[in-house]
Design a protein around this ligand. Structure first.
Ligand code: NAD
Length: 492
């Protein structure tokens, strides 16, 4: 359990950040780079180094050398479990420092980080650590004169790339299963929020992971990301981010060689509400999904599709919750409503809202930036939108919900389908048969019924249908995605 310290609020000007690439157990500074501003107040606080081919090459070489020297993939699996558990313990023990680094740079409020992101990430690392000695290779049926085996092995060096919206959680999703499965990792976090990943790697080192097993290279997608995904010694790519960047990575990997990829990409998830649902509970879940992290979540349920007879009641309940948010800096304990990551991203959100209104949409609340030094945007609810409205089509990645109505199940299903995305979906109903019909028909990697949130049991995998991705994070699938199989046939 995480200890809560006396006050989680802190002065952002007093925090020192681990600025640099982390390679072979050492922080390597590489001056200059990308100007970084705090989302909560817009103040410049650092410059993110940009690693090129040389830095990425050093990191991959360090990972290779660490695998050879430590025999990480070949030690008793329980040894991997123990070291990874020690890392999870240290992440919890250092929650205060980790939370402060993250709250300073990102959109995650310090209180939510401690109770949510950090606690959950430590648990997920323990969850994956336990797989190390539980998954086995298979003996297969053969004739008496043969022995056939399907042998499971690690890949070697995994290249992982993460987005800015939940930097600690995303680093945990990638590092936990890859390391438990016996690989080394070169991680490139987002250039907007890289320092919590560097600190996590430093903690891995302190916990006893062999130096060089976890390396973090800093920089942007076109320079550092391209060098990483195209490196010939990277045996597998594990990416979370936009569908646009996922396509660019596929292209680069195709151009530079072939390698397996897990891609967790964008979403535009529907939340379908029938008149027989618990409307109060549905309103809390639906509003919460676009208020949480100001809608900057891949699975944010941004398209409300509600049975016409209860649309006014449900919309009123959601509006009430949206209007109650209190924005605040991420370094204050009481803050629940996050800023948008950057001025540019906020302008993008505002641009799509304006385009949605120009196309006939009606803002029932929100539609404006919040007058505050940070990059805040009002929770926004848009009605009168057809299937071609920009607010229905685009992944906005901000606190924007649309509302559409239906009368029949067929209409609800037709509205819920998106031409590009199929990441998650929500269904609110008390009818069991309908639940099963919809769970079968919804084209999404996740269906949540009468809730809109992940469970804290990490066994349920997450990943997209359609262009929301390839492969899964979390669950047994994520562990297996970091192993490859070899068929061995012995003539006796
Ligand atoms: P992004 O795609 O712009 O960037 C993500 C990461 O990819 C960053 O580290 C970036 O530097 C890197 N990158 C960008 N272009 C690259 C390239 N050509 N080659 C290699 N790396 C490259 O995404 P973002 O704006 O940081 O994050 C928001 C997006 O992430 C949203 O689309 C969201 O839905 C998605 N996301 C998906 C999941 C999921 O599980 N499916 C989870 C979180 C976020």
């Amino acid at each position: 359990m995480l200890e809560k310290w006396s006050s989680m609020s802190f002065d952002p000007d007093t925090i020192s950040l681990p600025i640099g690439h982390f390679i072979g157990g050492e922080l390597i500074s590489n001056e200059g780079g990308i100007e970084m501003r705090r989302p909560s107040d817009g103040k410049v606080y650092a410059a993110c180094p940009v690693g090129g081919v040389d830095i990425v090459g050093r990191a991959v070489e360090s990972a290779r050398a660490a695998l050879t020297a430590s025999n990480w993939g070949g030690v008793r699996p329980r040894e991997r479990t123990k070291v990874l558990q020690a890392w999870a313990d240290l992440i919890e023990a250092e929650a205060e420092t980790l939370a402060r680094i993250e709250a300073l740079c990102s959109t995650r409020p310090v209180g939510q980080l401690v109770a949510g992101d950090i606690a959950v990430t430590a648990e997920q690392i323990r969850f994956f650590a336990e797989f190390a000695d539980k998954e086995s290779s298979d003996l297969v049926p053969t004739d008496d004169a043969s022995l056939g085996m399907i042998v499971s092995e690690p890949y070697g060096v995994v290249g992982a790339i993460t987005p800015w919206n939940f930097p600690i959680s995303m680093a945990g999703w990638k590092l936990g299963p890859a390391l438990a499965a016996g690989n080394a990792v070169v991680l490139k976090p987002s250039e907007m929020t890289p320092f919590s990943s560097v600190y996590m790697a430093q903690l891995a080192d302190r916990a006893g992971l062999p130096a060089g097993l976890v390396n973090v290279v800093l920089g942007d997608g076109p320079t550092t990301g391209t060098a990483l995904t195209g490196h010939p010694e990277i045996a597998k790519v594990s990416f979370t981010g936009s569908t646009r960047a996922g396509s660019a990575i596929m292209e680069n990997v195709a151009r530079t060689g072939v390698k397996p990829m897990t891609l967790e990409l964008g979403g535009k998830s529907p939340q379908i509400v029938f008149a027989d649902a618990d409307l109060d509970k549905a309103a809390t879940a639906i509003a919460g999904s676009v208020i949480f992290n100001a809608g900057q979540a891949c699975v944010a349920g941004t398209r409300l599709i509600v049975e016409r007879s209860v649309a006014d009641r449900l919309t009123a309940a959601i509006l009430e919750r949206m209007k109650a948010v209190r924005p605040g800096p991420t370094w204050e304990e009481a803050t629940h409503y996050s800023p948008i990551i950057s001025e540019r991203q906020r302008a993008r959100v505002d641009g799509i809202v304006r385009a949605a209104v120009a196309a006939g949409g009606e803002c029932l609340t929100g539609g404006h930036t919040i007058d505050n030094p940070g990059y805040f945007y009002e929770p926004t609810l848009i009605a009168n939108v057809d299937q071609n409205n920009p607010a229905i089509i685009e992944e906005i990645f901000g606190p924007v919900l649309t509302v559409q109505t239906f009368e029949t199940e067929e209409e609800a299903l037709a509205l819920s389908s998106h031409p590009v995305y199929g990441l998650a979906s929500g269904l609110f109903t008390s009818d069991l048969s309908r639940t099963i019909r919809f769970a079968r028909k919804l084209e999404a990697g996740t269906v949540w019924v009468n809730r809109y949130s992940r469970s804290r049991d990490h066994i349920l995998p997450t990943g997209g249908y359609k262009r929301s991705g390839i492969g899964k994070d979390l669950g047994r699938e994520a562990y297996l995605a970091n192993r490859r199989t070899k068929s061995v046939l012995i003539s006796l």
